[in-house]
Design a protein around this ligand. Structure first.
Ligand code: R5P
Length: 306
């Protein structure tokens, strides 16, 4: 049971309310040279003693700074531990560094393992995230932590299912650019009774360039949902969109669980994508364009945490 939720934004506030937990806000300051100086805004020095507390940290959608998020997280976790928190939960809606789950080239660290070790050394006993990049993969997220940590890699599929159920889709097919997305795409397509297709994406690890094989895919006259877990530069999803669009579909929606840069959003809009649907796994301080929908993860997270 979570007694206290710690975080700096309305996301943490809503989570605390839904868990009937106390909320402790954090303050985030940065020295002129970029070093972080976070702070727990405590009422008293022993407010956390013997309590179960959950730290919720989201990065900013348009200025994600994942490395700053990691430093801030570790500093706050250490402070929580020092102040006598009993069980320390950490919520990272997007599992930072989960794309680097192995060594792709000699000399390259398998960063996810080291990030997990770091979090554990800061006292994390429960780790919560949403669709990490290795969701349901042969080596799941659990295996990057020791057995002392309870790992929850939560599926947001039902939010996307509920959302698309309300749309009047015509002969819809869900397409993901990468065959590794099959488990995710099944969780959305099966309850909706939509066909799905996983394309074959290969990446040149030296240049970063991707190649997507569309096989015999033909979506003429159909509605299409292009799904991916995360878009950073937007390159993968924009490439997929351009190729799909040449096949003359009826409407094309983009479903991305995590993040998309403002530039990526704009490009898709300029290319006339019908709508971009994502989640609030990142903080968004900019006014949303009309064609951009953010699904709220908090009720789902609270349900799992309860
Ligand atoms: C990688 O395998 C992920 O699933 C995404 O496809 C990738 O991170 C997207 O990156 P970008 O938006 O830069 O193409």
């Amino acid at each position: 049971m979570t007694d206290i939720v710690i975080g700096k934004d309305d996301f943490a506030e809503e989570l605390a309310k839904r868990l009937s937990a106390e909320l402790i806000k954090t303050e985030e300051k940065t020295f002129a040279d970029g070093e972080k100086r976070p702070r727990l805004l405590l009422k008293s020095g022993n407010q956390l003693k013997g309590k179960n507390a959950l730290l919720a940290v989201r990065s900013n959608r348009y200025n994600p700074s994942p490395n700053d998020s990691i430093v801030e997280t570790c500093l706050l976790l250490k402070e929580m531990k020092g102040l006598g928190v009993e069980e320390i939960g950490l919520l990272w809606p997007w599992a930072l560094y989960s794309r680097q789950d192995e060594k792709f080239r000699p000399g390259e660290p398998a960063s996810l393992k080291y990030v997990a070790e770091l979090l554990e050394s800061c006292g994390v006993t429960d780790f919560y995230t949403v669709y990490s990049h290795i969701y349901k993969k042969p080596t799941p997220l659990t295996e990057f932590f020791s057995s002392d940590v309870n790992v929850h890699d939560i599926s947001p599929a039902k939010l996307f299912v509920e959302y698309f159920k309300r749309k009047k889709m015509k002969d819809c097919i869900i397409v993901t650019p990468d065959e590794k997305g099959e488990d995710r795409i099944r969780e959305i397509s099966e309850p909706l009774n939509y066909e799905f297709r996983c394309l074959l994406k290969t990446r040149d690890h030296n240049t970063g360039k991707i190649k997507i094989d569309f096989g015999d895919l033909d979506v003429r006259g159909r509605d299409v949902i292009i799904e991916d877990d995360i878009a950073t530069s937007g390159g993968t999803v924009v490439d997929t969109y351009r190729r799909i669009n040449r096949m003359k579909p009826r409407k094309v929606y983009i479903a991305l669980v995590h993040l998309l840069t403002l530039e990526g959003i704009k490009t898709l809009y300029d290319l006339r994508a019908e709508e971009i649907v994502t989640t609030n796994s990142f903080v968004n301080e900019t006014k949303q364009p009309k064609y951009f929908t953010e699904l709220n993860l908090v009720p789902l997270l609270a349900e799992v945490m309860k």
